[in-house]
Design a protein around this ligand. Sequence first.
Ligand code: G6P
Length: 525
Amino acid sequence: MRQPAQRLIVVSNRLPFVVKRDGDSKWQVQPGSGGLVSALVPVLRQRGGTWIGWPGGDAPASSELDQVLADVSAGCGYSLAPVHLTSAEVHDFYQGFSNEIVWPLFHDLQSVCNFDPVYWRTYKAVNRKYAHAVAAHSADDDFIWVHDYHLMNVAAELRDSGSHARLGFFLHIPFPSLDLFSKLPWCRELIDALLQYDLIGFQTVRDRRNFLQCVRALVPDAQCEGKGPVLNVMVDRRCIRVGAFPISIDVDTIVRQASTAEVTRKAAELHRLLPHRTLVLGIDRLDYTKGIPHRLQAFHGLLQRYPHLRERISLIQVVVPSRVDIPEYEELKNTIEQLVGRINGEYMKPGGWVPVWYVYGHLTPTELLAYYRAADVALVTPLRDGMNLVAKEYCAASIDEDSVLILSEFAGAAAQLRRGALLVNPYDIEGVADAIRIAALMDPAERRSRMRRLRHAIRRYDVFWWVDAFLAAAWTPAGDEVGEHGVPVLDLDRTPMAAANDPLDALPDGPVAEPARRPHANLLN
Ligand code: G6P
């Protein structure tokens, strides 16, 4: 079945542009970066459509701001529709329900949650606001694709107002187990709200399985049926499709940009500054889910237990500022900086070796790619992560195929990358230290063969595959097995647990062909 050439309405918490007022009250517009933007912008341009979201900040609607966004829309080939949030809404909906409840709970960190009932009420009210914007900017036959945990209630609000639109939802973060999800005081309402979508996409089969477990336990009338990557849930004579669609990156663009003379020169410069040593790289948004303190402890343990590696290895830890108004994030920054200070204080050689290079700030795309290319080992060790695109970007940028990925088994990416990466439990600080040692001493032939395998997997299932697979599933009638439009027909639930999470793992080793060029930009998520 061909996908109808329908207009697409993308709805996400943030617009793909950040609009800010600077000191002398001029509006500044900065394009957003990241996988979602680069994946969806070409589709929006091709089909026509609208992106609905928050422009950032708490500036009220004004004709001046509308004009700024209208000008941006005119230049970008699709429309932008802002949802303005008041400062109370930013506090209770974005920082509160989204980032003090759903974010920690869905990342298995219940102890960090603050189940404030005001947050829930504001979450519903703000989702209603987004639903009004969708109703105002869409026609009956548009396909509406809502993204991420901030907006789980949008479909329910639209249905309440009588909408029969086709609604898809993709969750970019993990979906928790029933034990955790049922701690949420509003768990039943939230499951009912999700079931108002027509298609629900998760990053991994494990997330989909957790979701279905919650549906079975909390919605006794629901029937789960079908096989293959997209299953059917029957409730109230409606059929909701539920699938796993691992998000990815624009591989071709990263390979092309990583090959430029400027990136090559900057990467060589890093090696000149840090000569004769293995460079281990960590790059993360400042977030407690990323496991940065555990990683620093592991690196400390490595230097303690394996003295011969001292002065022969350095960790470059880049931390990108994020959610700075939430107290946990500020505390985390202090913890990280204390640990870096302790390791360097203990082992640094004045005028010589610095064990940990710590960078706090935003990187330019060139700097980011230079770090990726210079690093012999990437240490991607989140405590829990929906996917983790840094792991995929690192492999794509490793054009010399002479590097090693150490990856947390609790990152969604581990389902696809476990055969080429060194998988670790990020809580096992001795195990992580041992993995760093193995990576640093790994035979070049093994490094190359592992990295080739990783790059092959990433190349085959890139972000364009992800968009096509989701949209194909949205247009496949319930009951049909998806396959001919790009989603592989694999019976994931019948494979053993390790492979069950991994629709993409049966990939051969072999050289990776250089890519055809694509005109889209895609960098750090
Ligand atoms: C995660 C979420 C995204 C979010 C991003 C940055 O990747 O899945 O939805 O946009 O973090 O967080 P922020 O709170 O700055 O939007």
